[in-house]
Each structure stands twice: as structure tokens, then as C-alpha cells.
Design a protein around this ligand. Structure first.
Ligand code: PPS
Ligand code: ADP
Length: 199
């Protein structure tokens, strides 16, 4: 309900914040199957950005589900609400001038499109494209094994759908890229868009 709520303009402008930080804000929206490499690559990018003096932060699926979204499960409606909240949090962080990485499966095209359309800064969709067989082989948390044994309902790629992006800004085929190469590709996408080195 937004009745009787009036938007309050910030006293510091987005341009002033960008000038102070030396870079523009932006959302790096990683999407891919569990085990595809979203957290690993998002954190490698974060490290590179930090070392360049950028103000960045990664919102990670597992971590956010321990706190803000601990009331949500994995049925379709919960995933939609999960992504809606992340979209809003990412916007608050870009309003504060940060480069925000969001590392969520975010399986539905329509929710990612909504995140893009609501974004208050540049929005870069990063498809962490790893075949299900490879994710299942990696199985870093043993979740595929449990899902195959029927112990985890609605598991993405097995008993719940994943809709790949149609035209992502960055497409990382991790089966033929190292983490370092993937992270560098993301940083170069930021350079190409003029996100870095403002001043
Ligand atoms: N049923 C089911 N399906 C998929 N994933 C599951 C499930 N249950 C638990 N997990 C763990 O939760 C992480 C995914 O959470 P997300 O918030 O990224 O999911 S979503 O965007 O709402 O679809 C996911 O983390 P990642 O492996 O980092 O993707 C899993 O560790
Ligand atoms: N090229 C690669 N890119 C990303 N991760 C890789 C790659 N090769 C192997 N891995 C491994 O795959 C696993 C991916 O797990 P994680 O980053 O948690 O994925 P997600 O966040 O998508 O669930 C990690 O153990 C990582 O070391």
C-alpha cells in the first residue's frame, strides 16, 4: 500500500555520489543453475573491483535466505517474492552509489525482466551458463545428490524449471572458462559501459 506515502528526494545526487566514488552504480545480475558458479564468479569480480578502489558488494542467495528472506521457500511464489525483494535491495544499494552483484538462481525470465525494468542504475545480466550435468558433477553442497534421491522438492533443473536468458549482456560458458577469465570478462563489460573510472 502506498496511500499517503510521499517520495522524499535525496539531498546528494547520483552524479555527486558517482564523482565521489569514481565509478557509476550498477547492478550485475548473475543468473544460473545451482552450482553454475554465480557466487564464485561474483566474488572474484567483487575482489577485482575492491582492488580497483570501487565500492561494491555481493548479495548472495544462500546468505540472504539466512536473514531477510528466511521466511521464503522454493515454490514458484516464494522465488518470485525472493527476487522482488532482492530487486528492491539492489536498488537501495545502487541509490547509495554501489556496484551490486546479485547471485541468485532467479530462474524466471519475467522476474529478471522486472528487476531490469525497475533498476535505478545500469543493469547487466550475466548468464552463468553451465550445463546441468556439469553442475551436478561439481555438486559443491551435495544438493543434487539429495534432490535426485527425492529429498529436496522443487529443485531447480530437476523438479523446478530454469528459464535461460534470451539476450544477456554477458554470457559466461564456465565449462570452457576459468574463474579468472570469467571474472575478467565481467570487469571488461563494466569498462565497456563506462561504469568504471568516472572522474
Ligand atoms: N529447491 C531448491 N532449488 C534450488 N536451490 C535450492 C533449493 N533448496 C535449497 N537451495 C539452495 O538455495 C540456493 C538458491 O537460492 P536462490 O535464492 O538463489 O534461489 S531463487 O533465485 O529464489 O530461485 C541454492 O544456492 P546456489 O547453489 O548458490 O544457487 C541452493 O544452495
Ligand atoms: N569456471 C568456473 N567458474 C565458476 N565456478 C567453477 C568453475 N570451475 C569450477 N567451479 C567450481 O564450481 C563451484 C560453483 O559453486 P558456486 O559458486 O557456489 O555456484 P552457485 O553460486 O551458482 O551455486 C565452485 O566449487 C567452483 O570452484
Amino acid at each position: 500500500m502506498t496511500t499517503n506515502i510521499v517520495w522524499h528526494e535525496a539531498s546528494v545526487s547520483a552524479a555527486e555520489r558517482a564523482a565521489q566514488k569514481g565509478h557509476k552504480p550498477c547492478v550485475l545480475w548473475y543468473t544460473g543453475l545451482s552450482g553454475s558458479g554465480k557466487s564464485t564468479i561474483a566474488n572474484a569480480v567483487d575482489r577485482k573491483l575492491f582492488e580497483r578502489g570501487c565500492h561494491s558488494y555481493v548479495l548472495d542467495g544462500d546468505n540472504v535466505r539466512h536473514g531477510l528472506n528466511k521466511d521464503l521457500g522454493f515454490d514458484d511464489a516464494s522465488r518470485v517474492e525472493n527476487i522482488r525483494r532482492i530487486t528492491e535491495v539492489a536498488n537501495l544499494m545502487t541509490n547509495a552509489g554501489l556496484i551490486v552483484g546479485t547471485a541468485f538462481i532467479s530462474p524466471f525470465v519475467v522476474d529478471r525482466a522486472q528487476a531490469r525494468s525497475l533498476a535505478s542504475a545500469d543493469f547487466i545480466e550475466v548468464f552463468v551458463d553451465t550445463p546441468l550435468e556439469v553442475c551436478e558433477q561439481r555438486d559443491p553442497k551435495g544438493l543434487y545428490k539429495k534432490a535426485r534421491a527425492g529429498e529436496i522438492p522443487h529443485f531447480t533443473g530437476i523438479s523446478s524449471p530454469y528459464e535461460p536468458p534470451v539476450a544477456p549482456e554477458v554470457h559466461l560458458r564456465t565449462a570452457s572458462l576459468s574463474v579468472e577469465e570469467a571474472a575478467e570478462q565481467v570487469v571488461q563489460a563494466l569498462v565497456a559501459r563506462g561504469v568504471l573510472n568516472v572522474r
